[in-house]
Design a protein around this ligand. Structure first.
Ligand SMILES: *Cc1c(COP(=O)(O)O)cnc(C)c1O
Length: 419
């Protein structure tokens, strides 16, 4: 069979699967430009079609008429808790353990310092060696601030390192999904190994929340953080979330103490008295506009479970591999993401020399993926918006570009724009 027949067959297979996919209708809730295959929802989810109307309504019907009274009349005050509980459902967390607000780095800082204080007397923070840069920078700066020692360990060695150094470890701080390779960590396994040695865990769920079926309560996770603009589709700059298990809330002593986290916020007390429960992890005035856009985007998760989303994501990943085997087998491309469904997250990473050039050439053909310089192409498989036909298109274009050398054209030179 020649290549065009192979492609035609894969396209037919994709059409069949799209037509049988009961989640396909959910794509219509989101705005994606015509002709674009969007394989970067793991970096920035697309907007809901109704988000702009919801934001306009918020400004015109809440903020403008009610002004300062909107905090009470429209319940802006409780939004960090309310939206937090909504995210909690996606994380497998009972109510009262998640708060939303601030940026991801602020929540990481607050969570990590909190964990270290809860585990006082222990000297080491065990850090995922392949953690996202912010997480690595903050783990270094927090350990320096508190006089502790960071120990960077690849996720595959985390359990072994805990067996060796466990008694010294205060907090194990890892990513649920490796942002480069798309590898999924063994969250319950690492959590249990940490607990066996008396350490706490802090998971960064940025690439997992809204996709991977999570059971934070069941797994007895201590602390977790994440951004909300990836698979949760909250929009650029949407506030981050922080999960603190009920078990730790009363003894937690947050470093970032603001008036919203005070027991009596309107008492304007010169001395800080922490609020009960998760409220003590509120800090200051939250980003209400972004938070309500996020709340709006979360509505879709009332209609579909992460179990089903995860299942479709796995089907997309298997289909990607199938197309790749048929079309890219003889090219200078290799999938680095594990094939085992238990070990892969929501994106597939392809090792490709001169990845930036191929990434730009793909974008020119309407396939928006992502780039991790110097040699990794990432294809996000957000099951809410990615169709099987997007997958076959991405792999076909990648194969075509690579086979013809189209990416070697001068216009694809220079460094990556958003890498
Ligand atoms: C996306 C991501 C972040 C993002 O941090 P921002 O401060 O929101 O830019 C942090 N950590 C991980 C693991 C991520 O995947």
């Amino acid at each position: 069979m020649d290549r065009s027949d192979v492609v035609a067959e894969l396209e037919k297979l994709a059409r069949d699967r799209d037509s049988r996919d009961e989640l396909a209708e959910l794509r219509n809730r989101f705005t994606i430009p015509d002709g674009v295959s969007y394989l970067d929802g793991n970096s920035l989810g697309p907007p809901c079609r109704t988000t702009s109307a919801a934001l306009t309504e918020l400004v015109d019907r809440q903020w403008a008429p009610a002004l300062i009274e909107a905090w009470e009349r429209h319940d802006w005050w409780s939004a960090p808790r309310r939206v937090g509980d909504r995210i909690g459902r996606v994380l497998g967390a009972a109510e009262g353990q998640v708060v939303v607000g601030e940026s991801t780095s602020v929540q990481i800082f607050n969570a990590l310092t909190t964990g270290c204080r809860l585990a006082a007397g222990r000297e080491v923070v065990l850090v995922d060696a392949d953690h996202f840069p912010t997480d690595l920078y903050l783990s270094r700066s927090v350990t320096r601030l508190l006089g502790l020692r960071p120990l960077r360990v690849p996720m595959g060695d985390a359990v072994g390192a805990l067996d060796e150094h466990g008694d010294e470890v205060a907090v194990v701080f890892c990513s649920a999904v490796d942002f480069r390779t798309g590898e999924l960590a063994d969250i319950p396994g690492v959590t249990e190994a940490a607990h066996r040695r008396g350490a706490l865990v802090l998971w960064d769920l940025s690439h997992a929340a809204g996709l991977v079926p999570l059971e934070l309560d069941t797994w007895q996770v201590d602390l977790a953080v994440g951004c909300t603009y990836k698979f949760l589709n909250g929009g650029p700059g949407a506030p981050a979330f922080l999960y603190v298990s009920h078990r730790h809330q009363d003894s937690a002593d947050p470093v970032l103490t603001g008036w919203h986290g005070h027991r009596a916020p309107f008492g304007m007390d010169p001395e800080y008295q922490p609020a009960e429960g998760i409220d003590r992890f509120r800090i200051g005035t939250p980003q209400v506009l972004s938070m309500l856009a996020l709340e709006h985007a979360l509505a879709v998760f009332d209609e579909v479970t992460t179990v089903r989303l995860w299942e479709k994501c796995g089907e997309l990943a298997d289909f990607f591999r199938h197309c790749f085997a048929q079309l890219c087998g003889d090219l200078d491309l290799t999938i680095v993401t594990p094939a085992d469904p238990a070990r892969r997250g929501g994106h597939i990473t392809v090792h490709a020399p001169e990845a930036a050039r191929r990434w730009k050439a793909l974008a020119e053909r309407g396939v928006l993926g992502d780039l991790r310089n110097p040699d990794m192409l990432r294809f996000g498989l957000s099951p809410l918006v990615v169709r099987f036909s997007d997958v076959v298109r991405a792999v076909t274009e990648l194969a075509d570009i690579s086979r013809t050398g189209a990416h070697l054209d001068d216009r694809f030179g220079g460094s990556g724009l958003m890498g």
